[in-house]
Design a protein around this ligand. Structure first.
Ligand SMILES: [Zn+2]
Length: 133
């Protein structure tokens, strides 16, 4: 996957995590901009990556989170990287854990299922169900 595609994936991935990183107001504002950019079919891929990075560079916590995702071969959220690398599931039993990845068919929202108890949400932009990636 080339760099513009990786940035696009990281942006789709952070949408569901924004409320954990910044205030609700900031999360809503950033999500609107990111969603708009990701769904702009006319934008050049490299230009899209530049604009996404600009938006995601505005908060230190988001910048750090995105950098950790881009540093990961599999583009996993940092929380998932930690759980998978420790090999401990959230309940504490020592077995390898693999979180399941779900994506919007339009590619603008990516979500990781950490435990079977969490049901995948619908895409906040398209309202449709996510599909297992
Ligand atoms: Zn979508």
């Amino acid at each position: 996957m080339d760099e513009p595609s990786r940035v696009r994936e990281a942006a789709a991935l952070i949408r569901g995590c924004l409320p954990d990183l910044v205030s609700a107001d900031d999360a809503n504002t950033i999500d609107r901009v990111v969603s708009h950019l990701l769904n702009d079919a006319d934008m050049d891929r490299s230009e899209l990556a530049v604009q996404l990075i600009q938006v995601l560079d505005t908060h230190a916590r988001i910048r750090t989170w995105v950098r950790r995702v881009l540093d990961d071969d599999k583009l996993r959220p940092p929380e998932i990287q930690e759980v998978e690398e420790r090999g401990v599931d959230p309940i504490g039993s020592p077995r390898p854990v693999r979180a399941r990845c779900f994506k919007c068919p339009y590619g603008d929202f990516i979500w990781y299922q950490r435990t079977a108890a969490h049901t995948p949400p619908n895409c906040p932009t398209h309202s449709g169900a996510l599909v297992a990636a």
